[in-house]
Design a protein around this ligand. Structure first.
Ligand code: AMP
Length: 552
């Protein structure tokens, strides 16, 4: 497949509104692709260049991209930026600027999908002091060989925003239709492999190949997630629950085979180097080859947990790890086991995974768990958890399998401040007065089938110190600027408190937040973890029937 063909499919997808039509169009493309193209097509159509767990990063911000496009078009970077501001879309802006380039004939052969993939891989691999120059040279090469329409989608791919609204579920279903396999088998294989491109290749060779897929050490799987709920509801519907403390730290997945240990963060970034004492602790405490799931907490001299930010700072650190280690002690709290001695435990019930875990990990790092049936009993654990400085409790269903990446009632979180949302930051406005020179408020969005829909702005709750920190964080993410407002590349997630959700015609989500309040930047969460519109709607409906009675 030529990259031009891919761009054409994207354009057709962009014109479709319905999920099923998109699914069918993708499904119709897949059988005709050869093996090399299939996995690339699957990733690209989702707006991803690399698989989720891949350590590869392009390392290209909007500015570098505009510079390369401007060079190829024989224009100034400021011309591109102006067009981005006019269109609100880097892809369209670059397409326009290339349409007007002086030299209209192409000297090079059209690029294939595989060649564009190879080019992007080389961009990601460029390292060292000259890496920026190398990346920009490769980008110019790419734009130089593309039609304006190809450049539109190439630019969007580079910025990881294809804007065609294709979610993972749509692609999963398309694979099932294209290769006549069960959608459930595709999903199951995806949970273990964490790369739909590879899953598609297996689907092509038949259902048997999909069913044989298993989790393997050193390829991290997505973390199982929790949703909000209440003690009463869980007990009413399920009778008994396994209760654990909800630690206020950062998630880890620990893999060990023999004496080789590696750790990944919640966003599946490898953090082995940043957390040496966690590696040492778990290496000493675990028996056999394992994959463990847990939370890393920072502990102060009095044994009480330190704020979450202290943990995050350690996760980010690449240099001076030894000094940081002296300042903040990190302790793992392990609550699940996904793999033990050659065997995947994902499909085993929680109780069984738990007993395996107890057999292979010393108590020191094991998160305590009790299976309880009474509301009073659970409330007592909850009160104790808060008293000891933890965030709350987790209620887990004893019979539930481990479902990577899924958020459901199998794991429910109970915490006092339940009314917070994780939202994508998609824009900002310059501040005035005391906030002059910084962004003073941020535009927030929920997700819906791969699109981000605004739901309000937040300014309250940001301290002066945070104002500067956030400004630094967002400065390089500005995609477009218009008057007082900027559009930001959606990369950062804010946890935001609110008093109430209201219906509102002012925002594309159809909702607005009353008294939104900044709680913290969730560096440990990716944009795909942002609150879905459907669950915002559920919260909206629920608040009408809420009795205001705390975590009940
Ligand atoms: P939240 O980040 O609010 O969606 O809550 C889910 C997160 O709580 C998980 O991703 C873990 O990082 C964290 N957590 C803390 N304690 C536990 C526990 N006992 N079981 C599962 N997750 C936990």
């Amino acid at each position: 497949m030529e990259f031009a063909g891919f761009a054409e499919v994207c354009e057709r997808l962009e014109a479709l509104a319905g999920r099923l039509e998109m699914r069918d169009l993708i499904a119709s493309m897949l059988p005709g692709l050869d093996d090399g193209e299939l996995s690339v097509f699957i990733r690209f159509v989702q707006g991803r260049v690399f698989s989720d767990w891949s350590p590869m990063k392009l390392g290209i911000g909007p500015n570098l991209l505009y510079e390369a496009a401007a060079y190829v078009a024989g224009r100034r970077k400021s011309d591109v930026v102006r067009l981005v501001n006019e269109t609100g879309d880097a892809g369209l802006a670059i397409e326009h600027v290339l349409e007007r380039r002086q030299q209209s004939s192409f000297f090079s052969e059209p690029l294939s999908l595989a060649e564009v993939n190879a080019l992007l891989t080389r961009i990601a691999e460029a390292a060292g002091p000259q890496s920026q120059q190398v990346k920009i040279r490769l980008l110019r090469q790419g734009f130089g060989s593309m039609t304006p329409r190809e450049a539109r989608y190439f630019a969007r791919l580079v910025l990881a925003q294809l804007r065609i609204g294709i979610g993972e579920g749509t692609v999963r279903d398309a694979i099932a239709i294209a290769f006549e396999v069960d959608a459930g088998s595709v999903e199951h294989a995806q949970q273990a492999l964490n790369d739909l491109g590879e899953v598609a290749l297996l689907a092509r060779s038949g259902a048997g190949a999909l069913d044989r897929v298993s989790i393997v050490p050193f390829r991290p799987v997505r973390m199982m997630l929790a949703q909000q709920g209440t003690i009463a509801e869980q007990l009413a519907d399920y009778g008994r629950v396994a209760v654990e403390y909800k630690y206020d730290g950062s998630r880890i997945q620990f893999h060990r085979v023999g004496r080789v240990c590696r750790i990944w963060s919640r966003r599946l970034e490898e953090v082995t180097g940043a957390l040496p004492e966690v590696v040492e602790s778990l290496d000493a405490a675990a028996r056999g080859d394992v994959i463990l799931d847990g939370e890393v907490v920072a502990v102060g001299p009095d044994g009480r947990p330190l704020p979450f930010q202290a943990v995050l700072r350690r996760f980010r650190r690449k240099h001076g790890v030894a000094a940081a280690r002296d300042a903040v002690a990190l302790v793992p709290r392990v609550f699940d086991c996904l793999y033990a001695d050659g065997e995947s435990l994902l499909d085993r019930p929680l109780v069984e995974r738990r007993s395996r875990l107890e057999g292979l990990l010393d108590d020191d790092y094991l998160a305590p768990q009790e299976v309880l049936e009474s509301e009073d009993g659970i409330r007592a654990v909850y009160a104790r958890a808060l008293g000891e400085g933890h965030e709350g409790v987790m209620l887990k269903l004893p019979d539930s399998p481990y479902t990577p990446g899924a958020r459901g009632r199998a794991w429910v979180k109970i915490k006092p401040e339940a009314e917070t949302l994780d939202l994508a930051v998609i824009g900002a406005e310059w501040g005035e007065g005391r906030r002059g020179g910084h962004f003073g408020s941020y535009l927030l969005a929920v997700q819906d089938g791969g699109r981000l829909l605004p739901v309000g702005k937040v300014a309250t709750g940001i301290t002066d110190e945070q104002l500067g920190e956030l400004h630094d964080l967002f400065r390089d993410l500005v995609v477009a600027e218009s008057g007082n407002a900027v559009t930001l590349e959606p990369q950062v997630v804010f946890e935001v408190g609110y008093a109430e959700i209201q219906e509102s015609p002012n925002y594309a989500s159809g909702y607005a937040l009353r008294f939104p309040r900044f709680v913290r930047a969730r560096d440990d969460k990716g944009i795909d973890e942002v609150e879905p519109l459907a669950s915002l709607e559920t919260r909206y409906r629920r608040q009408g029937s809420r009795d205001g009675g705390g975590p009940g």
